[in-house]
Write a protein that binds this ligand. Structure first.
Ligand SMILES: [Zn+2]
Ligand SMILES: [Zn+2]
Length: 133
């Protein structure tokens, strides 16, 4: 099993994780769009305890979006890092911070009902108007 490495834009925060995502998908909800500043957010879900912060733990800032979801970002450069799904014990890693390519790729879209009006999701992938999250 290979190890993936990830870092934020400034390089202050570095993570490693095994290439064993539970799922990979694109979220089009308005909150992910706001948080990432992008048309949608590509994420891979993985058990939180499999992710190691190898540098910059003190740079990581947390925004409590809801009782179930905490968003993590770099306090120096603002890069979105992951969302922590507290109840599930899962991190949804923002795939844009990966420096190594995972063996899989996102294969579904969620929350397409609230997608950016100018964006057309890749129609080859399964689409869900709302969850599963
Ligand atoms: Zn940074
Ligand atoms: Zn979302």
């Amino acid at each position: 099993m290979s190890t993936l490495s990830a870092r934020c834009l400034c390089g202050g925060v570095r993570l490693t994780l095994p290439d064993t995502f539970l799922y990979m998908g694109n979220c089009h909800c308005s909150e992910c769009r706001k948080f990432t500043g992008s048309d949608y957010s590509s994420v891979g879900g993985i058990e939180a305890d499999k992710v190691s912060v190898t540098a910059g733990q003190t740079h990581i800032r947390y925004y409590e979006k809801s009782a179930e979801t905490v968003l993590a970002f770099c306090g120096q450069c603002g890069s979105s890092l992951f969302s922590h799904k507290i109840n599930k014990g899962v991190f949804n890693i923002r795939l844009g911070i990966l420096d190594t390519a995972p063996q899989s790729a996102p294969n579904f879209h969620i929350h397409t009902a609230s997608k950016a009006p100018w964006h057309t999701p890749n129609e080859a992938l399964k689409q869900f108007e709302h969850g599963p999250d």
